[in-house]
Design a protein around this ligand. Structure first.
Ligand code: XMP
Length: 335
């Protein structure tokens, strides 16, 4: 597609000019389409003078950190550091039940860790021959975010502070670089495809910054995280394999889907034993703007296959329920 190619060339040129022949840039990546496309553009423009950092906060989807590493390093050639901070996050989350407290802990700890890492990278960068200091901070802001932060101070103003590493650039005296700020989501996807990013990643459902912590009602424990990760992986596998009547994958037809965990245990049965186990809630919605959303309807065969698989394959699950609530009155996430 000519337009996308033109955008890419123009943007790569603009980044090169802005950063200069020696400048270095740092940025956080999450495995989502926006940060991946932004990182790939930076890499095309300045190669290893762009440093990507991924923080594993222990509440990511199953194998997520591994997959991000594979995609960015092996497939896209981006210079990436993965920080495994899962134990640090999980120990801070221990005993915390309030959703806003969980969000704060995750947001603040993320910034702390990113800052520590950025300082290390900056120190190493100083000693790189033929390269200058880190002057820029990459942010994957899209056009709707730009508009929203100017004109709208609603609930998503808080969402955005989690998306972005709020406050860090000023604190570290870095200038912002935002290669996607003129683009809408569908354009980011088109450029992602143009840049050779895998279809699966380009069409990935959004995933919140606080991760599985807001899909586990109440206290987050390593056991609950494992159960949600495993149930979610089964649900995603089936959604990708399942088809609508016109042949689209269910995953593509849905805007956002996930498995979550209700806090109360319920009784179930395994063999001839009663099991006091967890209740998995499946959620799938269709929406255009994520401000309102409708619960998705599955056919009986699909619903019972997913529910049977989760019940049989994920140890500790006594029940699987489906969330029929639309937004409003519910939100998309559970907390
Ligand atoms: P809700 O649950 O508010 O979600 O209906 C709307 C969209 O925003 C995402 N979301 C978040 N994203 N940090 C994020 O980065 C957050 O704290 C957060 N809360 C919700 C949610 O996944 C959905 O796409």
């Amino acid at each position: 597609n000519w337009t996308m190619e033109a955008f890419r060339d123009k943007e790569v040129e603009r980044i090169r000019k802005l950063v200069g022949p020696k400048g270095q840039v740092i940025g956080a990546v999450s495995g989502g389409v926006d940060s991946t496309v932004a990182a790939k553009l930076m890499h095309e423009a300045i190669g290893d003078r762009f440093h990507a950092v991924m923080v594993d906060n222990g509440v990511l989807r199953k194998d997520e950190a591994k997959q991000v590493k594979q995609t960015l390093t092996k497939n896209l050639g981006v210079n990436l550091t993965v920080v495994d901070a899962s134990e640090r996050f999980l120990s801070l989350l221990k005993g915390v039940e309030d959703p806003e407290k969980k969000r704060k802990i995750i947001g603040n700890t993320f910034i702390e860790i990113f800052e520590e890492e950025a300082k290390k990278i900056a120190k190493e960068a100083e000693n790189t021959p033929r390269a200058g200091n880190i002057e820029y901070f990459l942010q994957g802001t899209l056009y709707p975010d730009v508009i929203e932060s100017i004109s709208f101070k609603g609930p998503s103003a808080t969402i955005k502070t989690h998306h972005n590493v709020g406050g860090l650039p000023e604190k570290m005296n870095l200038k912002l670089i935002e290669p996607l700020r003129e683009l809408f989501k569908d354009e980011v996807r088109a450029i992602g495809t143009e840049l050779g990013i895998a279809e699966e990643l380009v069409w990935r459902h959004p995933f919140p910054g606080p991760g599985l912590a807001i899909r586990i009602i109440g206290e987050v424990t390593p056991e609950k995280v494992r159960i949600v990760q495993e149930a979610d992986a089964i649900f995603m596998e089936e959604l990708k394999a399942g088809k609508t009547k016109d042949g689209t994958s269910l995953y593509r037809d849905i805007s956002q889907a996930f498995a979550a965990l209700f806090v109360d245990k319920a009784v179930g049965v395994v063999g001839d034993q009663r099991l006091h186990g967890y209740v998995i809630a499946l959620r799938a919605v269709k929406t255009t703007d994520f401000m309102t959303a409708k619960a998705y309807w599955f056919d009986e065969e699909f619903a019972s296959r997913v529910s049977d698989r989760i019940g049989n394959e994920v140890q500790g699950v006594a029940r699987v329920v489906y969330e029929w609530t639309s937004k409003p009155p519910a939100t998309i996430e559970l907390e």
